[in-house]
Ligand binder design. Structure first.
Ligand code: C2O
Ligand code: CU
Ligand code: CU
Length: 537
């Protein structure tokens, strides 16, 4: 049955070619109406005029990550079909998808071709796009099929990203390589004198496991799903033992935690505090200085790093510091093993088990060039309009979302993910501002098989603002070992909710009706069902 529909649809698309012809064909064969109109993204729209047209093809490829055998990965290969050739940059040495760079106001058409041995779909994380262009798992395409995205860049400048969002398989697909940067610029940001070109560095941090043949290992067993996958190798931009040669000047580093579940506590090994200039949804109003950065899966932070007072030849390491993580306690991970610096050998160092809060090196910077710049971090980075409680549709009655893990399930308000299962409390009136709270055991649901774990909560659609963070115990060891690295200012699309904590946000639902997801961005949790749809109407 399903096959039949697919065959008819493909035939029709071949026959039709353009949107206009497709409409004509539908008129001629009314019996095919459903098969054609139901498939969102099956063909380009005639009245959409893209500034940039891109093709992204998911393929099985082999890349050289380590010496010896190449690693089999799922790679997205990109090509600019029309418009600015700089809109896309492939990195042949890594498994990562190409970096996409677009400017606010540009219209883009993206042909996603699936040549992988699985159905898949790509989602534009953090971008405010129409529901049908958002990469909901219901739009997954089979091998041999193409999905056509068309949207305008409405977001302000920022470091966004994109990744697979396949039903029940997001973790595995992202792990295999289906993720990349999506960087947006705008006029205000360009007017600032921030480091550009080779001094503006997108850096994605991920953890992976490899077998002795250099192949990616991902077991996905129940234990791994409950806690989230933790790899014993840290890769930056797809490279192990990442080293960055720098000049004595300032850099803009765009840090993305592209890991499935690992939280990083990032700090410079010489104690230099971290200057944050931007978060998920772009520049802050002014830089914030933190002793370290807590970076949960899917979160981004841009930092300003100035090496101008460093001597040629000096080295600096960005580490992830040790923190307390009760969630992983029962894994019996051999903590402390990674303390020695960059990992030399691999496989077996951790006895196959990695710990959530262990200390390790993330990347090494080597100052090797003089630069005669005089970089000054602008005092004012941007203007952010604060969302106001008074403007929200429900200032007295926040939409509460309880985060719950028990036995073999990960739930939102006691529910597991299901397509076409919108409940009353999941309907958002269009063009409203909603007060929402994520409750991770704050209201005392502890005990009785409840497992306290941090959950990085993400909402699709527009960026939101964090109103407040309340913790049952701010002095708890787990909480206080990460809390100085929280940064809730600015526009966010993902917020880490610690065990015993409640985080309240204001989230706008403007412009587009339809389905937008919300979920835990611990990808194993997401695949276990810790995800739901919201319907904006
Ligand atoms: Cu980054 Cu629904 O995901
Ligand atoms: Cu998203
Ligand atoms: Cu979670």
């Amino acid at each position: 049955m399903k096959n039949n529909v697919n065959i008819q649809r493909r035939k029709l698309i071949k026959l039709a070619g353009t949107g206009v012809a497709a409409t004509a064909a539908v008129a001629t064969f009314p019996g095919l109406l459903n098969a054609t109109t139901m498939r969102v993204g099956s063909h380009p729209t005639v009245d959409f005029n893209p500034d940039v047209e891109i093709s992204l093809t998911g393929e099985v490829k082999y890349v050289q990550i380590y010496e010896g055998p190449q690693t089999r990965v799922w790679k997205v290969i990109g090509k600019v079909l029309k418009g600015d050739k700089n809109a896309l940059a492939n990195d042949d040495r890594s498994y990562l998808a190409p970096t996409i760079r677009l400017h606010k106001g540009q219209k883009v058409r993206i042909y996603l071709k699936n040549e992988l041995p699985s159905a898949t779909i790509l989602h534009w994380h953090g971008l405010h796009v129409p529901s049908k262009m958002d990469g909901n798992p219901m739009y997954a395409i089979d091998n041999g099929e193409t999905f056509v995205y068309e949207f305008e860049i409405l977001n302000r400048a920022g470091t966004y990203w994109y990744h697979a969002h396949t039903h029940g398989l997001t973790a595995k697909h992202v792990y295999s390589g289906l993720a990349g940067f999506f960087i947006v610029s705008d006029d205000d940001e360009q007017a600032l004198k921030l480091p550009r070109g080779e001094f503006d560095l997108p850096l994605v941090i991920q953890d992976r496991n490899f077998d002795p043949q250099n192949q990616l290992k991902y077991s996905g067993n129940m234990m791994q799903r409950m806690h989230g996958f933790l790899g014993d190798q840290i890769l930056v931009n797809g490279q192990p033992d990442f080293e960055l040669p720098v000049a004595t000047r300032a850099y803009r580093m765009r840090l993305l935690n592209g890991s499935n579940s690992r939280i990083y506590k990032l700090a410079w090994d010489d104690g230099t505090p971290i200057k944050v200039i931007a978060t998920d949804g772009g520049l802050l109003e002014q830089a914030e200085t933190l002793p370290y950065l807590t970076l949960a899966p899917a979160e981004r932070r841009e930092i300003w790093v100035d090496f101008s007072d460093k001597k040629i030849g000096s080295e600096l390491t960005l580490r992830s510091l040790e923190f307390v993580s009760s969630g992983m306690g029962m894994m019996g991970g051999r903590r402390g093993m990674m303390g020695g610096g960059m990992r030399g050998g691999r496989g077996g160092m951790m006895g196959g088990q990695s710990h959530a809060g262990e200390d390790f090196a993330v990347l090494k910077v080597r100052v090797n060039k003089k630069a005669a710049t005089n970089d000054v971090l602008p005092k004012r980075l941007s203007k952010i309009k604060p969302l106001r409680l008074a403007d929200s549709a429900n200032p007295q009655a926040p939409r509460r979302i309880s985060l719950f893990m028990r036995h073999m399930s990960a739930l939102l308000n006691g529910r597991s993910y299901k397509m076409n299962d919108i409940r009353e409390d999941e309907i958002m009136p269009l063009n409203t501002l909603q007060l929402m709270e994520f409750d991770n055991g704050f209201h005392g649901m502890g005990g009785m098989g409840m497992m306290g774990m941090p959950h990085p909560m993400h909402l699709h659609g527009e960026q939101f603002q964090v109103v407040k963070r309340e913790a049952r115990s701010k002095s708890g060891r787990e909480y206080s070992s990460l809390s100085e690295g929280f940064l809730d200012k600015g526009w966010k699309d993902t917020v880490l909710v610690m065990p015993g904590e409640k985080v309240t946000i204001l989230k706008p639902f403007n412009d587009f009706t339809g389905i937008f997801m919300y979920h835990c961005h611990n990808l194993e949790h997401e695949d276990m069902g810790m995800m739901r749809d919201l319907l904006v109407k």
